[in-house]
Design a protein around this ligand. Sequence first.
Ligand code: ZN
Length: 77
Amino acid sequence: MTCPVCNGNNTGKIGGNTYYCASCLLEYEENDGKINIYYIDPDGMPVSLKNTDTAQKLVSTLQDDEQLLSWEEIRPR
Ligand SMILES: [Zn+2]
């Protein structure tokens, strides 16, 4: 499955409908054609991301080690 965030193929299936992208370090889950993206925080807790735009910004943030987004912006309201 192609990663919905980076469109790369560096992904692996880790569960029923759950996949992991080694490039983005994100997990995503497919449900009835809808994709939920999760970031696993340093405590091992999955944080649900609003959409792929948010996930892409988060990945840039993690890769550049810059704080582009606050958690308030990332989490769904
Ligand atoms: Zn990816």
